[in-house]
Design a protein around this ligand. Structure first.
Ligand code: ADE
Length: 248
């Protein structure tokens, strides 16, 4: 998958692309990053890329011309995303949908915003990574890239780890995990995990996922389809804890 990333701050991505799973995905040619410095496309003699907003107001806006020129330099854009708090909230189904694209282009905004003609003419989709305001689109672009990359075949050494994690197809949060030592500073790992009984472990994990979701993100239970074998266990948990548990 090719990511074209338009930014004023290409260095922000250098470390991110050269570590851990993203680095391995680059080395395995699962992803390719084409980072484009918008400033290189400024026609201004001082390489200016921003200007004051018409009608007054705080801060400076990205002027259209450098962004239009930067994007026109790309041979294939694929789907064009603009990370912005105004966009639809990024959730796992959208991540999976984006992961099916062959090429994605992400325009990182900065300052107080960008000229709206950029959004109207060049952007297919605005995407928000949360209900808070970042200083620019770079961190959001990194989040988008990261969440998509781990959906791509071969990017995670062990494909199973993607299938079982939080927000997988069941939409439930993940169960707790432990590694050695079995006892640490007086705290023991749940006995069932040491039992070697795979069926009991599977049931324990389902139960923990349901309980965790019920306690921390009960609204997720309304958004997702809980698999049939989970439903029975969920109803038992709710029955035991009382009818208000889901609304807590
Ligand atoms: N740019 C600034 N804030 C953002 C957010 N919450 N999501 C995506 N892009 C942003």
């Amino acid at each position: 998958m090719v990511f074209n990333i338009l930014t004023l701050f290409p260095d922000i991505f250098t470390g991110f692309f050269s570590e851990s799973i993203i680095r391995r995905a680059v080395e395995a040619k699962i992803v390719h990053f084409n980072v484009i410095n918008i400033r290189d496309y400024s026609q201004d003699k001082h390489k200016k890329v921003d200007d004051y907003p018409f009608g007054g107001g705080r801060g400076m806006l990205f002027a259209p011309d450098p962004v239009f020129r930067a994007i026109e330099s790309i041979s294939e854009r694929g789907r064009v995303l603009y990370p912005s708090p105004k966009g639809a909230l990024l959730k796992q189904p959208k991540v999976r949908d984006l992961a099916r694209c062959r090429i994605l282009t992400i325009i990182c905004g900065h300052y107080e915003g960008i000229d709206n003609r950029i959004v109207e003419n060049l952007v297919d989709e605005e995407v928000s990574i949360g209900d808070y305001i970042l200083t620019g689109g770079e961190l959001a672009a990194a989040v988008i890239v990261d969440s998509i990359t781990r959906e791509l075949d071969g990017s995670l050494g062990n494909e199973g780890s993607r299938l079982e994690e939080s927000f997988d197809d069941s939409g439930l949060l993940e169960y707790e995990q432990y590694t050695r030592p079995a006892e640490y500073r007086g705290q023991s790992v749940p006995q069932v995990l040491l039992s070697g009984d795979h069926e009991e472990i599977r049931k324990w994990r389902i139960k923990r996922r349901l309980i965790k979701t019920l306690e921390k993100r009960p609204e997720l239970l309304d958004e997702v389809t809980v698999p049939e074998d989970y439903k029975k266990i969920l109803n038992e948990i709710i029955k035991r804890r009382g009818p208000n548990e889901r609304n807590k």
